[in-house]
Write a protein that binds this ligand. Structure first.
Ligand SMILES: [Cu+2]
Length: 145
């Protein structure tokens, strides 16, 4: 479902037939610079699909308690390209860049490749989840080169 939403967001940004059908309802605009994303563990909260320009920084902000967002990759969390812990008043900042056809996340000055990112047109789609609230908190980033 999240990948489908993310793909819709990418299609909305691309010229051609996809653009001719209009932007699907609920698809956000593209963010540049610092891009705040809310997080909440309340039942029913779903992180938004964020479309951001390469080089922009996602600022995850808690609306309630602590969260730990991780790349939605197979394996241990340490295999992922970021591990963003945030809680009330303490944001997690991760910068995403499209590099050589792949996606790189930089956190605390350390760049890491995002192995599970998928190339769609000139963008990279990365799904993620909150390890603490993994049943409901699943989000997606669409990083546009
Ligand atoms: Cu959470």
């Amino acid at each position: 479902m999240l990948r489908a939403l993310a793909l819709l967001a990418v299609l909305a940004l691309m010229p051609g037939p996809a653009a001719a059908v209009g932007v699907p309802a609920g698809v956000p605009g593209m963010c540049e610079g610092t891009c705040p994303v809310p997080g909440s563990g309340i039942t029913g909260f779903v992180p938004p699909v964020l479309v951001l320009r390469s080089g922009s920084t996602v600022a995850w902000q808690s609306m309630d308690i602590g969260h730990l967002n991780l790349e939605d990759a197979v394996g241990q969390p340490s295999d992922g390209c970021f591990d963003a812990f945030y809680t009330t008043g303490v944001d997690a900042l991760v910068t995403f860049r499209v590099v050589d056809g792949g996606l790189v996340a930089e956190q605390d000055g350390v760049p890491k490749a995002c192995a599970s990112a998928t190339a769609v047109g000139g963008a990279q789609v990365l799904t993620y989840y909150c390890r603490i609230h993994s049943f409901t908190m699943k989000g997606a980033l669409v990083v546009v080169a």
